[in-house]
Design a protein. Structure first.
Length: 182
């Protein structure tokens, strides 16, 4: 006989409300959220294809915007799933975000470029589209992080007008982030 022993999870990572859920009750929401992720990929790919007909740079910025917006939707999807621990939840979120970003960034741009113009030096070529995509990713991600309108409003307008020190400190809290997103 072989004893199958594994190290216990940390108590603060266990999702206590999801422990008594059977396999089928875990599998159905997981499958539905996976289908929603795939539908999101297809929807964004169709939008990028339509925008690409007008402008390659527009398609690049559409991809960059979708890559910024989708993690919020993925968090909502994952919150519908049942996971026994936080590691499982983060893994599900990571796979959804990674699949979405990988397909939109690498696969869609390749599929919308005709094979005959792959090496073309003009704006219809793959190299120029990849350049536009890198530029869009660099500018949009940094611009959103630097602008942070909600954070600036909280810190510079609401915090100085708070009645107590504790209320003011709440306005300086950093936005929560998911490990899977980073």
């Amino acid at each position: 006989y072989v004893l199958s022993v594994s190290e216990a999870e940390e108590p603060n990572t266990i999702r206590w409300m999801s422990l008594n859920i059977n396999f089928l009750q875990r599998l159905v929401p997981l499958g539905l959220t996976a289908i929603c992720t795939l539908l999101g990929i297809v929807g964004v790919a169709m939008i990028v294809r339509m925008v690409n007909d007008y402008s390659a740079k527009g398609a690049a910025f559409t991809i960059a915007a979708a890559n910024l917006i989708f993690p919020t939707a993925a968090k909502a999807f994952v919150n519908l799933e049942s996971h026994s621990n936080e590691g499982s939840k983060q893994l599900s979120l990571y796979f959804k975000i990674a699949l979405f970003r990988w397909v939109n960034t690498a696969v869609v741009i390749t599929l919308i470029t005709p094979f005959t113009s792959t090496l073309s030096p003009d704006s219809d070529g793959l190299i120029s589209k990849i350049y536009a995509l890198f530029f869009a990713e660099i500018t949009t991600t940094n611009a959103i992080q630097l602008l942070d309108p909600v954070g600036h409003f909280n810190r510079h307008f609401l915090a100085p007008r708070a009645v107590t020190q504790d209320a003011m400190n709440l306005y300086f809290k950093v936005e929560a982030f998911e490990l899977a997103e980073r």
